[in-house]
Design a protein around this ligand. Structure first.
Ligand code: ADP
Ligand code: 5SP
Length: 455
């Protein structure tokens, strides 16, 4: 940005977002290094000795089943963990990752002064000291009570010793953390009074960027696929997650995450469409809605929702088949992925009503033919915003909100001049009748696959 001539002197506040659940382990003494950053040197050079753990775990890690089982047993069961933290114990959630590091590498845990999420790590670089974790991203750790918004003692105790001091107190997501570090003021020409607003997770950032309203459903088609909703009265269950809402303090967001998103679409594109999104799209345009009753469930990697693995194909009689034609495979994949999302969102209490909008974001939301299937399965219009990177845009909006939040201005008022989402596609007439029986069948077939996976 500096090379491109960006005028940093006009920046009043900044915020940001990071991939959820990942964790960074700062070595003892590094807070002082952050305070004394020399503007003549790069951050890479200054901080290269600053980490107790060199390979930070990210959300795709699923090696902590043992820690999850321990947490659920210690706290009183899966539903009890969900009642407190918004989610039952999940492998990628940060608390379980911390527990594994404590067990496998106790000397590294001992050498850790502070544990950040990816979001609060990035905020720390701008703040020039350890930045607090915000309530919304903090909800993805299996450590925070999402109702009292404090770390939950029972979860801390089951995770690792002296953890609270390594986490620091969480803050609300529009909190001003402090002024930008002098390092950036000198190096880039930011004003001295530029404020750093709490950073948050990529999905909460997207909720802000899409300006989600109650009643909307957002579908993010990034590396992971996620579905999220704005909710007022959360009832955590053992499926899906409840996070604190990043833009409205009394509200919450529900989130369902799928590991087999774009990477699985890319695999089928490579196998059945010669590696071309154009060919993949043309197949979606020319194959029949409902795929002649054929349904596919594609879990290349162990799925999160539900916890099952493998590729499962069924014909219109629900009989397992070994394969589909290349065209049938592409349609089965995309329809199956969206049938799953609607079935799971409805299980969480979501109702598709007249006026429902589906807001799509993430890399694959640039593909109109994929969005058409989404619209047909949900029987609702799909909207997109100008930029696919809604998490980033949302954090620009949240920086603005942070400047005015203390004077009681709501997020909606703060961003009222921002462009509205644009209508991308509407449902194909008659698609609702095709998908009504397929939704029931998908739910039953998924249950069968889940039971088989448990054997
Ligand atoms: N035209 C397209 N059709 C379908 N998927 C696409 C298209 N262009 C990009 N993608 C997918 O978008 C994904 C990246 O999305 P992005 O939101 O940038 O990821 P992340 O969630 O990691 O930030 C890629 O994995 C790619 O498969
Ligand atoms: O684990 C989750 C949400 O709970 C993921 O959605 C991550 O937040 C990262 O997603 P990508 O940006 O890699 O799609």
């Amino acid at each position: 940005m500096k090379n491109a001539g960006f005028d940093f002197s006009r920046v009043k506040a900044l915020s940001g977002s990071g991939q959820q659940h990942g964790s960074v382990y700062w070595r003892k003494g590094t807070n002082q290094v952050l305070r004394d950053l020399h503007p003549g040197k790069s951050l890479h050079e200054l901080l290269k000795g600053g980490f107790a753990v060199s390979d930070s775990p990210v959300w795709m890690d699923s090696s902590t089943t043992e820690q999850c089982q321990y947490l659920e047993t210690a706290v009183g069961g899966a539903q009890r963990v969900a009642d407190i933290t918004g989610s039952r114990a999940y492998e990628r959630f940060t608390g379980n990752q911390i527990a594994k590091i404590y067990k496998a590498q106790p000397e590294k845990y001992e050498d850790t002064e502070r544990i950040s999420l990816v979001s609060s790590f990035a905020a720390s670089l701008f703040l020039g000291s350890y930045a607090a974790i915000d309530y919304s991203d903090g909800s993805g750790m299996n450590l925070m009570d999402i109702f009292s918004k404090q770390w939950a003692d029972s979860c801390l105790e089951a995770t690792a010793p002296h953890l609270e001091e390594r986490l620091g107190a969480p803050v609300h997501s529009s909190a001003v953390l402090g002024l930008l570090s002098p390092y950036h003021v000198t190096r880039y020409g930011f004003p001295e009074d530029c404020k750093v607003v709490a950073f948050t997770g990529d999905n909460p950032g997207s909720l802000a960027g899409m300006r989600l309203q109650e009643g909307d459903i957002a579908v993010s088609l990034g590396t992971s696929d996620t579905v999220f909703l704005w909710i007022k009265e959360p009832r955590p269950t053992v499926e899906g997650h409840i996070f604190c809402n990043p833009v409205d303090r009394p509200s919450y967001m529900a989130l369902i995450c799928y590991k087999n998103g774009s990477l699985t679409r890319e695999r089928i594109r490579n196998k059945c469409a010669g590696g071309s999104w154009e060919v993949f799209s043309s197949v979606l345009r020319t194959t029949p809605i409902g795929n002649d009753g054929n349904i596919g469930i594609y879990f290349d990697a162990m799925e999160i929702t539900p916890s099952a693995v493998g590729v499962h194909r069924f014909d219109k009689e629900n009989t397992k088949v070994a394969g589909f034609s290349a065209q049938g495979e592409i349609r089965a994949l995309v329809e199956g992925q969206f049938l799953a999302k609607r079935v799971h969102a409805e299980k969480l209490g979501y109702k598709i009503i007249p006026g429902t909008r589906v807001l799509a974001t993430g890399g694959a939301s640039s593909n109109k033919d994929i969005l058409q299937v989404l619209s047909d399965v949900f029987d609702a219009p799909v909207y997109t915003i100008d930029v696919a990177n809604s998490a980033c845009l949302g954090c620009g909006y949240r920086a603005l909100q942070g400047l005015v939040a203390e004077s009681g201005v709501s997020f909606a008022e703060a961003v009222r001049k921002a462009p509205e989402p644009q209508l991308a596609v509407t449902p194909t007439p008659g698609a609702d009748k095709v998908f009504a029986p397929l939704l029931r069948r998908y739910a039953e077939l998924e249950e069968t696959v889940l039971q088989e996976s448990k054997q």
